[in-house]
Design a protein around this ligand. Structure first.
Ligand SMILES: [Zn+2]
Length: 151
């Protein structure tokens, strides 16, 4: 793949690295904060989380590790990073279940190789589910963790 190039492929999700899914940004300007106690503005606005995780996908010719940022991740998961973080705190096996839900899901994705030499991973620039019955993972997670006797 050429530097800065994009390509569209159909791929199947193999796994999502659920152990490292978020990074923190300034709640106002969304600048990345180097650590949770960093302050971006003198008024010290609250920070928020955005998604950033690695995903292993298979195309018809290769297996790739790609990086998924907030916009695409929200489409796959169906909620904000903060919402997912709090859900996963209540349900510690959410990450494992997320993998069970997403494994085998097929997408047409646009992969983009960054011009930035520091970027190690191919980025998922967009993802469109192949199945018309695709549901964002959070919907299924919420069904999974419903108490069986809830009315
Ligand atoms: Zn800021």
């Amino acid at each position: 793949m050429e530097e800065g190039s994009k390509r569209r492929v159909t791929c199947t999700i193999l796994s999502i690295d659920h152990t490292d899914m978020f990074y923190r940004v300034c709640g106002v300007c969304e600048r990345t904060l180097p650590n949770p106690s960093s302050i971006c503005h003198s008024c010290n606005p609250p920070s928020k989380r955005l998604f950033r995780f690695l995903m292993s996908v298979a195309t018809d010719t290769e297996v790739l590790t790609v990086i998924c940022f907030d916009r695409v991740a929200k489409l796959l998961l169906g909620c904000s990073a903060d919402e997912f973080f709090h859900f996963a705190k209540l349900h510690p096996f959410s990450g494992v279940t997320l993998n069970e839900i997403m494994e085998g899901e097929m997408f047409t994705v646009t992969l983009s190789k960054s011009m930035n030499a520091n970027a190690q991973h191919i980025r998922v620039a967009s993802a469109v589910p192949l199945s018309s019955s695709f549901q964002p993972a959070i919907n299924l997670l919420k069904q999974c963790y419903q108490t069986p006797h809830a009315s």
